[in-house]
Design a protein around this ligand. Structure first.
Ligand SMILES: [Zn+2]
Length: 266
């Protein structure tokens, strides 16, 4: 990492993602892009904060500036969710910024021998010089599964975490040594008690809350009765496509898959 007062490496017209404790500093959520330029960096920065190059959006370099103490009263700190409605490239770089910042924060010491970790300068990794333990930013794969039946209905569930909120397709984390497809079959069986078949891959989306990679499938209902797992699912129902309840926004992968099915996709 370098310091941001080393102006030889600082692009005055770059996008600056200032991240602290999982939140991003934005000039305004409604501005496009809402990110800081070098001459707009907030006053509380003193030039000693570590930064790294994240990539580029349409040829404009993007920097992560990792700020550890977040001023509590400031209203310009936002979740990366605030950038979902911006371009996919901005959201993806915001996701990367949050995840890399979390990686720096949680890998200061070696998990194997307890010594200080050092950042590798040619790849995004942390290395222990004492025992050789090397770590990369954590990514947790998750599966989203949209189950459809032969009555042209979509299975949607409401999580116990959203007592009065929206319905969505089923979701779960991939376990060790499991394929995405095996995870999808297992999660549906565990959460609502039914068997599925004919999985079709639909796409993926980085989801930095805190470090997931969402992958989505459509699957056909095969057999079984709906029985909700009490700890996970408040309720689950088959919905006709013209009578869907409130569902996630289209900026999310689950929202995109639901919209695709509602428009006749399979
Ligand atoms: Zn070590």
């Amino acid at each position: 990492m370098i310091k941001h007062n080393v102006t030889a490496t600082a692009d005055l017209f770059g996008h600056w993602f200032i991240v602290s404790q999982g939140k991003i500093w934005l000039n305004s959520v409604d501005a496009a892009p809402p990110l800081c330029r070098y001459d707009q960096l907030p006053q509380f920065l003193d030039g000693s904060e570590p930064l790294c190059l994240l990539g580029a959006i349409e040829g404009v370099d993007c920097y992560l500036l990792n700020y550890t103490d977040r001023p509590e009263a400031e209203e310009q700190w936002h979740s990366a969710r605030a950038l979902l409605q911006q371009s996919a490239a901005i959201f993806e770089h915001a996701a990367r910024a949050c995840q890399v910042a979390l990686f720096f924060q949680t890998h200061r010491y070696c998990g194997q021998c307890g010594s200080s970790m050092h950042l590798v300068n040619w790849e995004l990794a942390a290395l222990c010089h004492k025992c050789g333990h090397r770590c990369y930013p954590r990514i947790n794969p998750c599966v989203l599964i949209a189950v459809v039946n032969d009555k042209n209905q979509l299975l949607l569930a409401r999580s116990t975490r959203h007592k009065t909120g929206f319905f969505s397709i089923l979701a779960g984390f991939v376990e060790s040594a499991e394929t995405l497809e095996q995870a999808a079959v297992r999660e549906v069986k565990e959460e609502v008690g039914i068997d599925i078949c004919n999985l079709r891959y639909m796409g993926s989306q980085p989801w930095p809350f805190p470090h997931s990679l969402m992958t989505a499938f459509i699957a056909d209902y095969k057999s079984g009765e709906l029985v909700c797992q009490p700890d996970e699912i408040e309720e689950a129902h088959w919905f006709d496509l013209d009578q869907l309840p409130e569902v996630p926004m289209v900026a999310t992968l689950s929202g995109q898959v639901i919209q695709y099915i509602a428009r006749g996709g399979r």
